[in-house]
Design a protein around this ligand. Structure first.
Ligand code: GDP
Ligand code: MG
Length: 359
C-alpha cells in the first residue's frame, strides 16, 4: 500500500489532447481528491466502491470544470479532465496546494515499483515511431534486458568470465541500434541541381512532399520528410543541388546547408544522371564517401550504359529501382538485421545510463 505524502502526476503526455489524466496516489489520496471534487448526485466519493467512475465538478460546485474521477482504490485515483494544458495544470496545482507532492510520470512509475529499465522503456516508447523500434522496446519492457543483465551477473558470480564478456560484447553491439531508437536515422539526398533528388524523396515517401521543378535550383532549403522503411523511422533530407553559386545568394546558403547535412547524416544518397561527369568534382567530394550511388532518371538513360557495380538505377517516373533503393538504405543503416538477425530480437540496451551500467 502506498504510504508517505499524497503524490500527483500528469500521466498523459504534455500538450493538447482530448483528455488529460492526473494520477493521485498515497494513503491520503481519497481525502485529497474528495475535498476538491464535487460529485454529481448524492453519494460522496468516499461512499463509492473501488472501481467507480464518478462525474462531477472540480473546486466550485457550480462553475468548476466538469470532469471524471476514477476511484481505483482509496489510495489510488485518477482525475480525467479536458486535455488542454491549463485544465490539467489547474487540477495539479489545486492538489499541490492541499499538500500533495507533484511528480513526473517517470517518478510516478518508479514510486509504483517499476524498475529503471521499465521506466526508460516507457519513456522511450512515448517518443519512438516505426514498428521495429516499438518491438525492440516492448521486449525490453517485457524484461529481456533485465533478464540478460541478471544472467551476466550470474555468469560472473559463477566464474564464467569468458561467457560474461561475450554476452556484454553482444549487448554493446546491439546498443549501436538501441541507443538510436528514439532518434530517426538521417538520410541526406544529395547531388547536382536537377538530378531528380526531390522526385526521389517523393518516390520514397510516396507523396508529393518536395517541390519538383524543371527549373534548376528549386529546392533552396533543407527539407525533411519523416518516413518509415521496412519498419525503421527515417528522416529523409532533401537538399539544394550541389553547384557553385555567387556567394551570399539564397541558393549558396542552401548548398552550404546541404554539405553540413551530408556531413552529419547517417547515410548519403548521391543522385547523378550520369557517371562520367563530375565523379571527382570537388563540390561532391565531401559527400562521396560511403554514399549510396544512384543513377537517377534512368528511364531517360539507355539501359546498357555502364554504372559502378554498387550503384542503383532509379526512376521516379516509372518507379524502377525505388524498392531496391529502399532495401539498400535499410541494409546500410541497420546491417545487424541481415548479418545477425537474433541480435535485435533479444536484449538491447537503449539508454546511456544502461550502457554505463554495463561498463
Ligand atoms: N524522366 C524523368 N524525369 C525526372 C525523374 N526525376 C525527376 N525528373 C524531372 O527532372 C526535373 C528535376 O527534378 P527534381 O526532382 O526537382 O530535381 P532536383 O533539383 O534534384 O530536386 C523535374 O522536371 C522532374 O520532373 C525521373 O526519374 N525521370
Ligand atoms: Mg529539389
Amino acid at each position: 500500500m502506498p504510504s508517505g505524502p499524497v503524490r500527483v502526476a500528469l500521466l498523459t503526455p504534455p500538450g493538447r489532447g482530448a483528455l488529460a489524466v492526473v494520477g493521485v496516489a498515497g494513503s491520503g489520496a481519497l481525502a485529497a481528491v474528495a475535498t476538491l471534487f464535487v460529485p454529481r448526485g448524492p453519494a460522496s466519493l468516499a461512499d463509492r466502491p473501488d472501481g467507480a467512475v464518478v462525474f462531477g465538478r472540480w473546486g466550485d460546485p457550480d462553475r468548476g470544470e466538469e470532469l471524471v474521477v476514477v476511484r481505483h482504490s482509496a489510495e489510488r485515483l485518477e482525475v480525467h479532465c479536458h486535455g488542454g494544458l491549463a485544465a490539467s495544470e489547474a487540477v495539479l496545482a489545486s492538489l499541490e496546494q492541499s499538500g500533495a507532492v507533484r511528480q513526473t510520470w517517470q517518478e510516478w512509475l518508479a514510486a509504483a515499483g517499476a524498475s529503471a529499465i521499465e521506466v526508460e522503456a516507457r519513456e522511450a516508447l512515448a517518443r519512438v515511431g516505426g514498428p521495429k523500434a516499438v518491438q525492440i522496446l516492448c521486449r525490453q519492457l517485457g524484461g529481456a534486458l533485465e533478464a540478460e543483465l541478471a544472467r551476466i551477473a550470474g555468469l560472473e558470480a559463477g566464474g564464467d568470465v569468458a561467457g560474461a564478456a561475450a554476452a556484454r560484447d553482444r549487448l554493446r553491439r546491439a546498443a549501436r541500434v538501441g541507443l538510436r531508437l528514439t532518434r530517426p536515422w538521417r538520410v541526406v539526398v544529395a547531388g547536382e541541381v536537377n538530378a531528380g533528388k526531390s522526385s526521389l524523396v517523393n518516390a520514397l515517401a510516396g507523396h508529393g512532399r518536395s517541390i519538383v521543378s524543371a527549373e534548376p535550383g528549386t529546392t533552396r532549403d533543407v527539407l525533411e520528410t519523416r518516413i518509415v522503411l521496412d519498419g525503421w523511422e527515417i528522416d529523409l533530407i532533401d537538399t539544394a543541388g550541389l553547384r557553385d553559386e555567387p556567394e551570399g545568394s539564397t541558393e549558396a546558403a542552401g548548398i552550404e546547408r546541404a554539405r553540413a547535412a551530408a556531413k552529419a547524416a547517417d547515410l548519403v544518397l548521391l543522385c547523378r544522371t550520369g557517371f562520367s561527369l563530375s565523379e571527382n568534382s570537388d563540390r561532391l567530394k565531401p559527400v562521396l564517401r560511403d554514399a549510396i550511388h544512384i543513377l537517377s532518371k534512368c528511364d531517360l538513360v539507355p539501359s546498357d550504359v555502364a554504372i559502378p557495380p554498387d550503384a542503383i538505377r532509379t526512376s521516379a517516373v516509372t518507379g524502377l529501382g525505388i524498392d531496391a533503393l529502399a532495401a539498400a538504405i535499410v541494409r546500410r543503416l541497420v546491417p545487424e538485421e541481415g548479418d545477425d538477425p537474433p541480435l535485435l530480437t533479444g536484449p538491447v540496451l537503449f539508454t546511456a545510463r544502461q550502457a554505463e551500467t554495463l561498463s
